[in-house]
Design a protein around this ligand. Structure first.
Ligand SMILES: C[S@@+](CC[C@H](N)C(=O)[O-])C[C@H]1O[C@@H](n2cnc3c(N)ncnc32)[C@H](O)[C@@H]1O
Length: 382
């Protein structure tokens, strides 16, 4: 039976048969959509729901008695106490766009489908973890523990709350705990500076710098699809993670925030429009024009995530209309951004490079029978 998904990582996925199909980064709200699918999923969802009937803890808190997971000497960050945000990671030197910041194996992973109680499952898996790993897990923060429960009397429920606050996707159908990565706090649109991805080949989570980060800056990832308004984002984050987001974007003054909301809403709308190319509702030229509009709006917003995927969609559309030169240019752009997001040696970079070298070998090549000059990237990166 399916289990409510944790925060999905940016997955290394095959190019979609339809542009901009399901988001690479999602959120736990996606669980609600398929809520009714199984009793077990409901059981997972029931934990925060029960907590909701009592009181959500307003801030994350750790158990405080276990040692911190020791960062390696080569890490470009330290774990720091940050006012109002619990612990977080802060850069101890400048970090370059595309740099690998964390590469981490999971303490344990759980499948999305389980046949036993989540509390029993997490407790059993924890028993199999080393004492250091267990201590690191128990030191992580958590929210949504029903009132009146505590570690002494309800260790299983506390472990489950820790899991639910910190788990991220480890592949398509598992979620895992990564104690170092778990210290990353959240930022919206232009505020987050790291993206993470699960790599099947290495069976590890890779976290890369999406933009240049200066020494002293906090490292931030994003917990949700931030292409929505400030109020919508805040509501989701408050419900799921128990905090009111005050990142740089959420802290903009009213006028600037309104502009940001408008841009993000328009970006989401254009993504929807782009998707309709897959069912033949818009032409290849209009689809490419839409990608260029998204790119421009994202430049204005400072929203840089998912650009590898967006450019790869451009290559897909160009290839499907047998437009080799556009496919090559979009492919180049995809390689550039996948390299930042996923690493130069990732499967997607290697696969996309093949489109640059031999566009006519793309699996979508000629699938839209009508050859068409669809349009090229209108960005400086091209
Ligand atoms: C995965 S943990 C992140 C690390 C956590 N701060 C800690 O001390 O271990 C998620 C929790 O961190 C806190 N958090 C994350 N991002 C935040 C933000 N932008 N503002 C305030 N609290 C945040 C929330 O309590 C959230 O439930």
């Amino acid at each position: 039976m399916p289990l409510a998904p944790a925060r999905p990582a940016k997955r290394q996925r095959r190019l979609a048969p339809e542009p901009a199909a399901p988001a690479v980064k999602g959120n736990r709200s996606s669980a609600s959509a398929s809520k009714s699918k199984s009793r077990l999923r409901l059981l997972w969802l029931a934990v925060p729901a029960v907590a909701g009937l009592a009181f959500y803890l307003s801030t994350g808190r750790g158990l405080g008695w276990a040692p911190e997971y020791t960062p390696s000497r080569r890490d470009p960050f330290v774990v720091a106490d940050l006012p109002g945000r619990g612990k977080g990671l802060v850069a101890v030197r400048d970090i370059m766009q595309g740099e690998l910041v964390i590469q981490e194996s999971p303490l344990f992973t759980v499948p999305q489908s389980i046949s036993e109680s989540p509390v029993t499952l997490i407790s059993r898996l924890l028993d199999g973890v080393s004492p250091e790993g267990r201590a690191a897990f128990l030191n992580l923060s958590y929210v949504h523990l029903p009132e009146g429960m505590d570690l002494e009397n309800n260790p299983g429920e506390v472990a489950l709350a820790i899991f639910q606050t910190n788990a991220v996707a480890a592949g398509d159908d598992r979620a895992g705990i990564f104690p170092r990565m778990a210290r990353l706090n959240h930022g919206c649109s232009s505020a987050f500076n790291l993206v993470y991805t699960w790599r099947d080949r290495e069976q590890q989570l890779f976290v890369h710098a999406l933009r240049n980060i200066s020494k002293g800056q906090e490292l931030l990832t994003t917990y949700t699809d931030t292409k929505r308004t400030r109020n919508e984002r805040r509501e989701f984050l408050s419900q799921q993670y128990g905090f009111t987001c005050a990142c740089a974007v959420c802290s903009l003054d009213a006028a600037a925030s309104k502009l940001s909301d408008e841009r993000l809403t328009a970006i989401a709308r254009y993504y929807e429009h782009l998707r309709s190319w897959g069912r033949g509702a818009i032409s290849g030229v209009e689809a490419i024009d839409t990608i260029n509009k998204i790119w421009k709006l994202e430049d204005e917003e400072g929203y840089w995530s998912e650009r590898g995927r967006l450019a790869a969609d451009g290559a897909w559309i160009a290839a499907s209309h047998s437009d080799a030169s556009a496919a090559r240019l979009w492919g180049r752009l995809a390689v550039e951004w996948y390299t930042y997001e996923l690493g130069a040696d990732s499967d997607l970079v290697l696969a996309t490079q093949k489109t640059v070298d031999r566009p006519e070998k793309h699996r979508a090549w000629g699938s839209r029978h009508q050859p068409l000059a669809v349009g090229v990237p209108l960005t400086n990166g091209a």
